[in-house]
Design a protein around this ligand. Structure first.
Ligand SMILES: Nc1ncnc2c1ncn2[C@@H]1O[C@H](COP(=O)(O)OP(=O)(O)OP(=O)(O)O)[C@@H](O)[C@H]1O
Ligand SMILES: Nc1ncnc2c1ncn2[C@@H]1O[C@H](COP(=O)(O)OP(=O)(O)OP(=O)(O)O)[C@@H](O)[C@H]1O
Ligand SMILES: [Mg+2]
Ligand SMILES: [Mg+2]
Lengths: 256, 256
């Protein structure tokens, strides 16, 4: 039975897409059937696998707005056990188009239900906001994985994200819990990063993954080749960190 | 007559807030009457000046939704010639609340009109999306200043931003033009940054500011002290870069 994990944080540029792409690819490489859904109108997770969001005919937009079966939208990737449900430019209008629709927060959950059993893990990359696309994802998700950059503004936004999770739990999805918190773009040389890290450990304790993702240029180069980092440069510290994170995520899932 | 400049880019974490805060502060330090409006529900520009977005009684939300005069919301800052119109938690719901309202894209423009003459520069920090808050800002603005991080995903989003600017020009604000493009968090040691920089010069030519903002930890430390970088560490390379950018922005405005 597939576990649906939202990769979300309304703060921009904290590594949501980089985490969703590389975690899904790493777990796929461990031969666990994995799906990555791109719910961000920017389509970065889509292009992170070499798929052009501008040329994709149908996308997750058609599933949540027109009820198209998710199975018809899913594409294969260069990783055998991993598929992607791409985003395209139509998704930009979805936040406003969803407002008057029936069961507007449940559209993604209903789209995933028929295929949930075909995968062990389903990751959903979210846009940098707490609008209807992210709410749809938090309603469909079993848990949320929170990438946090060790910077002041990123720390500030955490309490707001936690409030939103509580609101979703109360009225849309009682099951939602925190899968884990991953520190991203970590540069241990700065005191700011250490101070923010300590704050996050105090707040989230054992929910913080042992694997910390270091700042590594290979992670930001990989998307320009349309590849996850394990296909672009498996020896890099970025690839190693995401493989370690993938092992932790899988172990936690198998234990519970 | 105040020049309204939107600081916008739907890509997250590219340095919009850091640019809006430090540019407004630097121009204020040049003794030009400056206003910074925080249109991002995250309230980072607000806390960048030491104001707590959770404790602010009235904010830009009251102006665009309830028609409260902007003058009643504006706060003084530690910089004499510079004021701020803060954001607060209410702004989170504004994107959805604006949908059914009359003249929903013109709410900010109408709020700014009565006080536009009191300032030489009015900067507006935008959230990382192309929703109604950003559309309100592009409708109210004379021009848009685009911070771009020299990374692949940030480059990918530029064509979408330019499309949106064209749409706004056609139907909401004929006057809107590009004020300039500023490269942020620049690390010249990586070939990726150089490649992306060259792409941006090719695309925007003389619209790209000569001042490039380097990656500088003092810029990310300053907000944790509630200060713009010129008050936190004026000798830093980050402060120097924003003072240079401020001079360019002022010179361009005085020339046209
Ligand atoms: N560990 C890392 N080391 C170096 N660069 C990184 C790392 N993680 C992410 N990046 C780069 O930083 C930028 C921001 O990351 P990313 O786009 O994944 O964040 P995001 O949270 O998905 O952004 P958005 O809020 O726009 O969706 C990207 O250009 C990415 O390539
Ligand atoms: N030149 C720089 N050097 C080092 N750190 C920087 C620089 N510019 C910005 N930062 C840091 O990078 C992070 C992202 O910057 P910022 O929050 O200004 O981007 P943004 O585009 O406003 O993000 P959002 O999309 O969430 O609104 C912040 O933690 C900020 O402190
Ligand atoms: Mg992303
Ligand atoms: Mg910002």
């Amino acid at each position: 039975m597939g576990k649906v994990i939202a990769v979300a944080n309304q703060k921009g540029g904290v590594g949501k897409t980089t985490t969703a792409v590389n975690l899904a690819a790493s777990i796929g490489a461990m031969e666990k059937k994995t799906l990555l859904i791109d719910m961000d109108p920017q389509g970065n997770a889509t292009s992170g696998f070499g798929v052009n969001p501008y040329s994709v005919e149908s996308s997750i937009y058609d599933c949540i707005i027109n009820g198209k079966p998710l199975e018809e939208v899913v594409l294969k990737t260069a990783i055998n056990y991993m598929n992607i449900a791409p985003s395209n430019i139509d998704l930009t209008g979805a936040e406003i188009e969803l407002v008057p629709l029936m069961a507007r927060e449940n559209r993604l959950k209903n789209a995933i239900a028929p295929i949930k059993d075909q995968y062990e893990f389903i990751f959903v990359d979210c846009p940098p906001s707490l609008g209807l696309l992210t709410l749809n994802t938090l309603t469909a998700a079993d848990s949320i994985l929170i990438p946090i950059q060790c910077e002041y503004y990123a720390l500030e936004g955490v309490s707001k994200l936690l409030n939103t999770i509580e609101l979703v739990k109360k009225s849309l999805n009682q099951m939602l819990c925190i899968e884990g918190v991953v520190l991203t773009m970590y540069d241990g040389r700065t005191t700011l990063a250490q101070q923010v890290r300590d704050e996050i450990y105090k707040h989230f304790q054992d929910k913080v993954y042992k694997s910390i993702i270091p700042r590594n240029v290979r992670l930001s180069e990989a998307p320009s080749y349309g590849k996850p980092v394990i296909l672009y440069d498996i020896r890099s510290t970025g690839a190693e960190a995401y493989l370690n994170l993938a092992r932790e995520v899988v172990e936690n899932a198998e234990r519970s």
